[in-house]
Write a protein that binds this ligand. Structure first.
Ligand SMILES: [Zn+2]
Length: 705
C-alpha cells in the first residue's frame, strides 16, 4: 500500500506561509507604515554587511550597568522614550566607555511616537537614555520620514531586529509595556499573512496550470511578498517575545506555528530571493522538459506507458534514459540550490538545510533516523526475498538473466512502485472506468461530498500544464482544488483518491478555529491521502465501488494483500534512498552525488547500477529540487495510514461505504486542525503514539503466504 502521490511537489512555500504577521495596526506603529518597509530593507542590508556585529557590545552594557541603568527595553518602547525633546543622551553612562560612545554616536534616532513619552513616569529629567544599535553603520542616519537628529546625535530604534539596550538613569521609571500580548501579536500576524497566502496560492495554481512567463512572474512576486513578510525581523522578534511571555493554549500554539514559519526566512533578503527565483526556474524546466524516445519528445505518462507495457529491453532503456535527461538540464541549478539553502540554514545556526527542515517541521532528526533504521531492519529480509522472486519473473519476461536486469526493467523510472510483474495488474480494471467518478463515489459512500472540490479542479492533461498532481487549499474557507492529469488507469485512480483525501481534510477543519489553525501537519494529511489512495488495492472497494465481480474480487483478495505489502516494502526502501540521499546532499553538495545516489539505490533497493558515467540521475527527481527534505513525510504518512486503518477497522469495520468511518475521521482527525501537534493528534485519534507496528503487520500478513 504505497499510495502516496510521489510526483506531487507540495506547495512548500504555501505550507510555510501560513504564518506571518503584522504589527501595522498597532496603535503606536499605525502611523509608521511607511517607515516599516524602509527599516526592514535596511536591516537586511546591514545584516548582510555586518553579520558579526550583533548585540554583543550592548550585552556588555547590561552586564556592567552604568550608574542608574535599570532595565532593558524593546525597541518599540525605546523609540517612544527617546523621542522627547528634552531627552539627552547619557554622557555619564557613555563616559569611560569608548565602545558605547562609538555606538551611540553612530546611532540614528527615529521617532514620532512622542505621545507615548508623556507618561508621567517618564519625566525627561529623570531619564537618561543611551541607545546603541550595532548593526547601523557609521553615518547611516537617513530616514524616510525626515526625522531626526537630536542635538547632533540621532538614534534609530525600530530598524533593529533585536531588543535595543536602553539605559535609564534617575528615579525608577516604568516604560510602557512592550507589545507582547499573544492574542494581539497573532491577530496582526494573521491580518498581514492571510491575503498574502491567498495571493500566493492562486499564483501557484495558475503557474501550474500554464507555465507562462506571466504566471511565473506573478508566482515569484507573490511568493516573495509572503517570504518578505515572514522575513521581517521586527515581526520575528515580536513573535518570539510573545511566545516567551508565557502564552498558553491556542495562542501559544499559533505562536509556535508562526515562529516555525518565520525561522527559515530570517536570512538576508538577497539570499532568500535567489532561492525562491531559482526554485521557480528549476520547476518551470521540469514542467517544460520532455525526454526523447524514438526521435520524438514524450511526456512522463508516455514514458511510464512504455515501461509498463514494452517487452523490448532496448526500448525500455531508451525510455528510462529519456526520463533522466531532465536531470542533466537542472543538476547544476539543483546543486546551487543546496548551497544557497545551506548558507541560509547556517546563518540561522543550523548544521545544514536538512537539519533546519526537519526541526521546523516538528520532527526530531535523531528520532527520524531511528525510525528509518527500524524500517530498514523490519523490511530488509522481506524485501530481499520479494525482489528475488520478482527479478526471476522479470528476467523470464525480458529473456535475460537476473544479473542482466537494470533499473529500466522495473515499471517505475525510480523503482518506487511495484512492477505489474510483482503482483496484480489492475490497469485492466480501470481501462473502461471513469476514475474521477469512482473517487467521488468512494467519498460519497463515507458521507463526504467532494463535488465542490471537483468543480474547482483541473483534472486532465494539457500541454504546458504541470504533469504532476497536488491538492491546494487556497483560502482555508472552502476553496480547495486538485490539479491532476487523469487517465483511466490504476495510477490515476489511486491519485484521485489520494488528492481528494487531502481535500476532504482541508474542508474538515472546525470552522470556528482561528485561521492559523485551519491547517494540518503534512504527516497526517499524507497519512489520510495514502489511506484513501490505498483503496484501489482493497478487494472490498474493487467490488463495491469499481464494480469488479464479487467472486473475482474475492479471488483477488490474497494477491491484493500481497501487492499492498509489496508496495509498502518497495516504497519504504525507496524512501530510505531518498532521505539518506538528501542528508548526504546537504552535508556536501560538492561531493560525487551520482555515486552516492547509485550506491544507496544498490544498498536499499538492491538495484544493479547502470553504467551512467556520472550522469546526475539524482537531479531527475523533482523533489530534490522543489520539495527539499520532504520525502520522509511520505513514509511517515504510510505509518500513519496503517495506524488509522487499524482504528477504522475497529470503529467502523473498514472504510468503504461506511459513514461511521467518515465521521470518525471528521471528528477525531480533521476537526482539530493544527490546534494539536501532529503526534499528539494521532495519539488522541488512535489511542497510541505513532508506531511502525501496523505497517509492519500489513507487510507480514500480506507476504506471509
Ligand atoms: Zn499527498
Amino acid at each position: 500500500m504505497r499510495e502516496f502521490r510521489l510526483d506531487e511537489p507540495p506547495p512548500r512555500e504555501l505550507n510555510s506561509l501560513r504564518r506571518a504577521w503584522d504589527r501595522d495596526d498597532d496603535r503606536p506603529a499605525i502611523r509608521s507604515r511607511g517607515r516599516a518597509r524602509e527599516h526592514r530593507r535596511r536591516a537586511h542590508l546591514l545584516e548582510a554587511q555586518h553579520p558579526e556585529q550583533l548585540a554583543e557590545p550592548g550585552q556588555r552594557l547590561l552586564e556592567h550597568p552604568g550608574q542608574g541603568v535599570v532595565r532593558r527595553v524593546p525597541s518599540r518602547d525605546a523609540g517612544a522614550a527617546v523621542d522627547d525633546d528634552d531627552l539627552c543622551l547619557g554622557d555619564e553612562i557613555v563616559d569611560g566607555r569608548p565602545d558605547l560612545d562609538r555606538l551611540v554616536a553612530n546611532d540614528a534616532v527615529a521617532g514620532n511616537d512622542g505621545a507615548r513619552f508623556r507618561d508621567p513616569l517618564l519625566q525627561p529629567d529623570a531619564v537618561v537614555v543611551a541607545v546603541r544599535r550595532p548593526r547601523v553603520a557609521h553615518g547611516d542616519q537617513a530616514h524616510a520620514n525626515g526625522a531626526l537628529l537630536r542635538r547632533g546625535r540621532s538614534v534609530c530604534i525600530r530598524a533593529h531586529p533585536r531588543p535595543i539596550v536602553l539605559a535609564v538613569r534617575g528615579r525608577s521609571a516604568t516604560l510602557p509595556a512592550p507589545v507582547t500580548d499573544p492574542a494581539t501579536v497573532v491577530d496582526r500576524a494573521v491580518e498581514r499573512l492571510r491575503p498574502l497566502h491567498r495571493d500566493a496560492s492562486l499564483a501557484w495554481w495558475d503557474a501550474n496550470l500554464a507555465a507562462t512567463e506571466e504566471h511565473e512572474r506573478r508566482r515569484v512576486e507573490t511568493e516573495l511578498a509572503l517570504s518578505d513578510a515572514l522575513a521581517d525581523p521586527d515581526l520575528y522578534r515580536e513573535i518570539s517575545e510573545a511566545r516567551d511571555s508565557g502564552a498558553t493554549g491556542l495562542d501559544r500554539r499559533q505562536l509556535d506555528l508562526l515562529h516555525a514559519s518565520a525561522v527559515p526566512h530570517q536570512v538576508p533578503a538577497e539570499l532568500r530571493h535567489r532561492i525562491v527565483e531559482l526554485e521557480a526556474a528549476v520547476e518551470a524546466r521540469f514542467s517544460q522538459h520532455r525526454g526523447v524516445v524514438g526521435g520524438r519528445p514524450v511526456d512522463d505518462n508516455e514514458i511510464k506507458r512504455i515501461l509498463r507495457t514494452s517487452d523490448d529491453s532496448a526500448e525500455r532503456r531508451e525510455a528510462w534514459e529519456a526520463s533522466k535527461t531532465v536531470g542533466e538540464a537542472v543538476a547544476e541549478d539543483v546543486r546551487e540550490l543546496a548551497r544557497l539553502r545551506n548558507q541560509a540554514a547556517r546563518s540561522l545556526g543550523y548544521r545544514d538545510w536538512f537539519a533546519l527542515a526537519v526541526d521546523i517541521s516538528e520532527m526530531d532528526e535523531a528520532r527520524l533516523f531511528e525510525t528509518l533504521d527500524e524500517c530498514d531492519r523490519l523490511t530488509a529480509d522481506r524485501f530481499a526475498r520479494w525482489k528475488s522472486g520478482t527479478d526471476a519473473r522479470l528476467a523470464e519476461r525480458f529473456g535475460c538473466t537476473v544479473d542482466e536486469l537494470r533499473p529500466w526493467h522495473y515499471e517505475d523510472p525510480f523503482f518506487q512502485e511495484v512492477p505489474a510483474a510483482g503482483g496484480v495488474d489492475l490497469n485492466a480494471v480501470f481501462a473502461d472506468r471513469d476514475v474521477v467518478r469512482l473517487a467521488r463515489e468512494t467519498y460519497a459512500g463515507m458521507g463526504i461530498d467532494t463535488a465542490g472540490i471537483l468543480d474547482r479542479s483541473d483534472l486532465y492533461p494539457r500541454d504546458g500544464k504541470c504533469q504532476h498532481a497536488f491538492c491546494i487549499d487556497i483560502d482555508r474557507e472552502g476553496d480547495v482544488r486538485v490539479l491532476a492529469n487523469v487517465e483511466n488507469d490504476r495510477y490515476w485512480a489511486d491519485t484521485m483518491l489520494h488528492e481528494l483525501g487531502h481535500g476532504m481534510y482541508d474542508l474538515g477543519f472546525d470552522p470556528s478555529l482561528p485561521w492559523l489553525l485551519r491547517d494540518c501537519h503534512l504527516t497526517v494529511t499524507e497519512g489520510i491521502a495514502i489511506l484513501m489512495g490505498g483503496l484501489v488495492w482493497d478487494a472490498e472497494w474493487l467490488e463495491r465501488v469499481a464494480g469488479v465481480a464479487a467472486g473475482e474480487a474475492a479471488d483477488l483478495d490474497d494477491r491484493l494483500r500481497a501487492v499492498r505489502a509489496a508496495e509498502l516494502l518497495v516504497f519504504t526502501r525507496w524512501v530510505l534512498v531518498m532521505t539518506n540521499f538528501e542528508r548526504a546532499f546537504y552535508s556536501d553538495p560538492e561531493s560525487d552525488l551520482s555515486s552516492t545516489w547509485w550506491s544507496l539505490a544498490s544498498r536499499y533497493q538492491l538495484l544493479t547500477p547502470p553504467a551512467r558515467d556520472g550522469a546526475p540521475d539524482w537531479a531527475a527527481k523533482i523533489h530534490v529540487a522543489c520539495a527539499p527534505v520532504y520525502y520522509h513525510t511520505y513514509l511517515y504518512g504510510n505509518l500513519v495510514a496503517a495506524q488509522l486503518r487499524t482504528s477504522l477497522e475497529g470503529v467502523a469495520g473498514g472504510l468503504v461505504g461506511r459513514s461511521e468511518a467518515g465521521r470518525f475521521l471528521a471528528e477525531r482527525v480533521f476537526a482539530p486542525g493544527e490546534s494539536v501537534r501532529w503526534d499528539r493528534l494521532l495519539e488522541q485519534a488512535t489511542g497510541e503514539p505513532l508506531t511502525a507496528a501496523h505497517a509492519a503487520r500489513t507487510i507480514d500478513r500480506g507476504l506471509a503466504g
